[in-house]
Write a protein that binds this ligand. Structure first.
Ligand SMILES: Nc1ncnc2c1ncn2[C@@H]1O[C@H](COP(=O)(O)OP(=O)(O)OP(=O)(O)O)[C@@H](O)[C@H]1O
Length: 268
C-alpha cells in the first residue's frame, strides 16, 4: 500500500523577523481532504505560520505542495493551488463584490488575462453557495464586517484551490453565518478533497470541524492530534492561562468534538 502524499507539508520551518524568532522549527502536514486547525493564544505565531507555508513570508526549512518544493514553484502555480484568506485583507472599497470575487480567478486566466464564461459561472456559483448573490453589484465599501468576511472567503473559493488557508475565517460572523461558512468548506473538503488549514480562536468550533488540532505557543508546536487529545484543561490552562472545563461529547456521538466552557473564577 502506498502512503498518501500530504497536500501540504512543512518541515523545520522557522521565521525570524527583526531578530525575533516568531516560528521555531515547526513541522506540519495536511492530507488531501483533511482539515487541520491551528490554535493557540494571541501572538502564538499562527498567522505567521500560515503566511510562511503559503510562500508569502520568507522562512527557513522546507515547505512542499503535493510533494514539490514550494520555493521552486512559480508564483502563479502556487496561486492555482493555494488560496489564502488573511485576517484583515485590504478592502478595495470602490470594487463590486462580483469584480472582487472574480479576482480569485486570476491564476486561471489565459494569456490575455480576460475572464470567460467559465470564470463568471464559478463566481456566480460561489456567490450562490455563500448566499451572497444579493450583494453581487454592491461596492465593498458599503458592506458590513461579517458580509465582507464572507466575500473574502468567496474569492478564495472562486480560486478553486487544492489547499485553502484560512486565518480566523469566522471571527466577524454571527453564529448562523459561522455555521454556513464552515459547512460550505466542510462540504468542499469532503466532496472534492480540498485540504483546509485554518486558525480559529473558538475551540469548540475548531473541535467540531477539524480532523486534527495543532496547538501553538510562543512560535512552537505544543501538541498536535485529535481534538479530544489536544483540548485538555491542563494543557489549555498552561498555554492560554485560562480556566476552562472540557465537556466531552455524550457516549455514542463520537462525531462531535468536545465543548470548551470558560469557568468564571469568582461568583458574587
Ligand atoms: N516584524 C516583527 N518583529 C517582531 N515581532 C513581530 C513582527 N511581526 C509580528 N511579530 C510578533 O510575532 C508574534 C506572532 O504573531 P502572529 O500574528 O503570527 O500571532 P497569532 O498567533 O496569529 O496571534 P493572534 O491570535 O493574536 O492573531 C506576535 O507576538 C507579534 O507581535
Amino acid at each position: 500500500m502506498t502512503a498518501t502524499l500530504p497536500a501540504l507539508a512543512a518541515h523545520g520551518v522557522s521565521v525570524v523577523l527583526d531578530h525575533a524568532t516568531l516560528i521555531d522549527d515547526v513541522d506540519l502536514h495536511a492530507l488531501p481532504g483533511e482539515w487541520l486547525c491551528i490554535i493557540g493564544p494571541n501572538g502564538a505565531g499562527k498567522s505567521t505560520l500560515l503566511r510562511a507555508v503559503a510562500g508569502l513570508l520568507r522562512c527557513t526549512g522546507q515547505v512542499s505542495l503535493q510533494g514539490k518544493d514550494i520555493t521552486r514553484m512559480p508564483r502563479r502555480e502556487i496561486a492555482r493551488q493555494i488560496a489564502v484568506v488573511a485576517q484583515n485583507p485590504a478592502v478595495p472599497t470602490g470594487t463590486t463584490v462580483t469584480d472582487y470575487v472574480l479576482l480569485g480567478r486570476t491564476p486561471h486566466l489565459g494569456p490575455l488575462h480576460r475572464e470567460g464564461p467559465t470564470d463568471r459561472q464559478v463566481v456566480s456559483d460561489v456567490l450562490d453557495r455563500l448566499h451572497l448573490a444579493e450583494f453581487a453589484g454592491r461596492m465593498l465599501g458599503s458592506m458590513s464586517g461579517g458580509e465582507l468576511q464572507r466575500v473574502f472567503i468567496a474569492r478564495a473559493l472562486a480560486q478553486e484551490p487544492t489547499v485553502l488557508l484560512l486565518d480566523e475565517p469566522t471571527s466577524a460572523l454571527d453564529i448562523g453565518h459561522q455555521q454556513e461558512v464552515l459547512e460550505v468548506i466542510d462540504e468542499l473538503r469532503r466532496g472534492s478533497a480540498l485540504t483546509v488549514i485554518s486558525t480559529m480562536h473558538d475551540l469548540t468550533l475548531a473541535a467540531e470541524y477539524a480532523d486534527r488540532l495543532m496547538l501553538m505557543h510562543r512560535g512552537k508546536v505544543v501538541t498536535v492530534g485529535a481534538p479530544l487529545d489536544v483540548l485538555r484543561p491542563d494543557t489549555l490552562r498552561a498555554t492560554y492561562g485560562a480556566h476552562l472545563d472540557v465537556l466531552l461529547p455524550p457516549e455514542g456521538s463520537p462525531q462531535h468534538g468536545p465543548i470548551i466552557i470558560p469557568v468564571r473564577r469568582t461568583r458574587g
